[in-house]
Ligand binder design. Structure first.
Ligand code: MG
Length: 268
């Protein structure tokens, strides 16, 4: 099931507002053939439908989830470690947080801060957690997953290098696009992941090349902090990262999920 969160125009039984819903239509159908069927309340338990349905074109997609935290891993693809000047990925995962206020949805604008000379895109597979967990074992890890979405770990590269820690470089408002929706039925172990800037292919890899796989990441991160429903785990970026500039458009596409597309604007 593809779970979206969106602003809808209302119906005879519901005023316009924000809802979660299931995106319906063939997996590779163009957006104009897709519809969204609203669900009651939230996607963390049994799904019930309200009966309201709109064309996807008639709703505005939002970030599919509002996480209490976004936990991310650095250096989880060897080819990206090398392009950053390293030799090998760390044995113990290097994790960091992105604030919930950095999250935006597809079509929302990535705003480049005036304080940075170099802001990069980073295409990543995002895990959305479905239920609370602490000290989750590798064996049980997948039962804590609600689904998967596309993410862009936008990074002020100059500040990441100059600050010595990553909170500022990774934490600006709009620096965590996720979407367009959460795919709940997906084998994440070997998916193509790409990034395009203005249509030009810049990253092209597979999730099978992660150093620490998804069960390992969930186990490790939950050994540090309790994971809550809706929390998002970013699984690292492959090689090919590069700068984005005012007027660009970045598309992160993951096989079996869809495309997260964001325009880029300099903050005025
Ligand atoms: Mg990253």
């Amino acid at each position: 099931m593809r779970i979206a969160r969106f602003v809808h125009p209302g119906s005879p039984s519901a005023p316009s507002g924000v809802a979660w819903g299931a995106v319906e239509g063939p997996p590779n159908a163009p957006a104009e053939r897709l519809t969204v069927a609203a669900i009651t309340e939230h996607p963390f338990g049994p799904i019930a439908f309200t009966g309201d349905r709109w064309a996807l074109a008639d709703v505005r997609l939002l970030a599919p989830i509002l996480p209490s935290k976004v936990v991310a891993i650095g250096k989880n693809y060897v080819d990206h470690v090398k392009e950053m000047g390293g030799d090998a990925a760390p044995t113990i995962p290097v994790i960091f947080l992105k604030p919930s206020t950095s999250v935006i949805g597809t079509s929302d604008v990535i705003r480049l801060p005036a304080t940075s000379e170099r802001v990069d895109f980073e295409a990543e597979l995002a895990i959305v957690i479905g239920r609370p967990g602490k000290d989750i074992t590798r064996e049980n890890a997948m039962s804590y997953v609600l689904g998967y979405t596309c993410a862009n770990d936008v990074t002020a590269r100059d500040q990441q290098q100059s600050d010595g820690q990553w909170a500022r470089a990774k934490g600006y408002d709009s620096f965590c696009p996720i979407g367009p929706w959460i795919e709940t039925v997906l084998d994440p172990t070997d998916l193509q992941i790409t990034a395009r800037v203005n249509g030009e292919l810049r990253q092209d890899s597979r999730t099978s090349l992660m150093v620490h796989d998804i069960p390992a990441l969930i186990a490790f991160m939950s050994s540090v902090m309790t994971l809550l429903p809706g929390d998002v785990i970013l699984t690292g970026t492959p090689a090919g990262v590069g700068p984005i500039r005012d007027g660009d458009r970045v598309d992160v596409e993951i096989e079996g999920i869809g495309t997260l597309s964001n325009p880029v604007q300099a903050k005025k």
